[in-house]
Design a protein around this ligand. Structure first.
Ligand SMILES: C[S@@+](CC[C@H](N)C(=O)[O-])C[C@H]1O[C@@H](n2cnc3c(N)ncnc32)[C@H](O)[C@@H]1O
Length: 271
């Protein structure tokens, strides 16, 4: 299963594609910033504005040791490190994403604050009680064993620590999703839980759920803004680069799936 998920996300050329996009979008006259990278390195619905919305609620500080579970190429981790001064450790299953994360950390001068290591969220190479805050952006959809996932997150969080989740959940319409979607080519690697199931999993793992927020309307507005009109070309740096194969189809399917109520992005904050 882990191999299938990592294969889904692997392209082999992502670093080069981002470098080419940066040349067109930024040129070579000034240093690249995390804001330049934001259109491509935050691989979740809504990108950077979605991160701002979630982290505005968390009161992060430079004293926080933060864990990014399923960090991808590290865009959210760099945003958190630069904005709040926190140290961020990421973990991700896809080797290519970890490699590109390291390159981009170097590029924007954040290698001392952000590190993305390769590994599984179900068996993290961290000591008990290591982090004051953990977050997970659009990752749970790839993980079937959610009780084990939240138990493992609880293990590495300090007592009283915060877990913030921004994931795509099962909607009220039980119809199967139209595939492919950005996180899965086929149904066998997609595991959506309802908001009520998420609460149960978290409580069973020892968390108190403090707040849940439906972000469906925000998602609809995001897709309307980023999908190019028929015949239009995508920008040099955009989410299509990290989505990779069949990006236009995957984006179109998300509009269909969300519009039909088959899936919904939610924020969940638990302690
Ligand atoms: C849609 S991407 C989101 C990446 C990142 N959180 C972001 O918002 O930019 C999902 C990520 O989860 C990672 N992932 C999926 N299952 C995982 C697991 N069991 N353990 C660690 N990472 C996982 C994938 O490799 C991929 O990078």
């Amino acid at each position: 299963m882990s191999k299938d998920v990592a294969n889904h996300y692997s392209q082999g050329t992502l670093g080069d594609r981002i470098e080419s996009g940066l040349k067109l979008a930024v040129g070579g006259d000034r240093p690249v910033t995390i804001d330049d990278l934001a259109p491509v390195d935050e691989f979740h619905i809504g990108g950077r504005p979605a991160s701002v919305h979630l982290f505005d609620q968390l009161n992060l500080s430079p004293d926080d040791a933060v864990l990014d579970i399923g960090a991808g190429i590290g865009g959210t981790a760099r945003f958190v490190a630069q904005t709040y001064g926190s140290t961020v450790t990421g973990i991700d299953l896809t080797p290519e994403f970890c490699e590109v994360a390291g390159q981009l950390n170097d590029l924007v001068g954040l290698s001392d604050k952000v590190d993305v290591v390769e590994g599984s969220a179900l068996e993290m190479p961290f000591e008990d009680d290591s982090f004051s805050v953990a977050y997970m952006m659009h990752v749970g959809m790839n993980i079937e064993d959610k009780p084990a996932l939240y138990k493992e997150i609880r293990r590495v969080l300090k007592p009283g620590g915060v877990l913030a989740i921004y994931d795509v959940l099962q909607g009220s319409n039980p119809e199967q999703l139209t595939f492919p979607v950005p996180w899965a080519t086929v149904p066998e690697t997609s595991f959506l839980a309802t908001e009520s199931e998420m609460r149960d999993y978290l409580v069973a793992a020892g968390f108190t759920v403090e707040k849940t927020t439906d972000r469906t309307q925000f998602a609809k507005e995001f897709f309307a803004a980023i999908i190019p009109p028929a015949g239009g070309a995508p920008p040099p740096l955009g989410i299509h680069l990290i989505i990779g194969n069949e990006a236009p189809t995957k984006l179109k399917n998300m509009v269909t799936n969300i519009g039909a109520g088959r899936c919904e992005p939610w924020e969940i904050i638990a302690r």
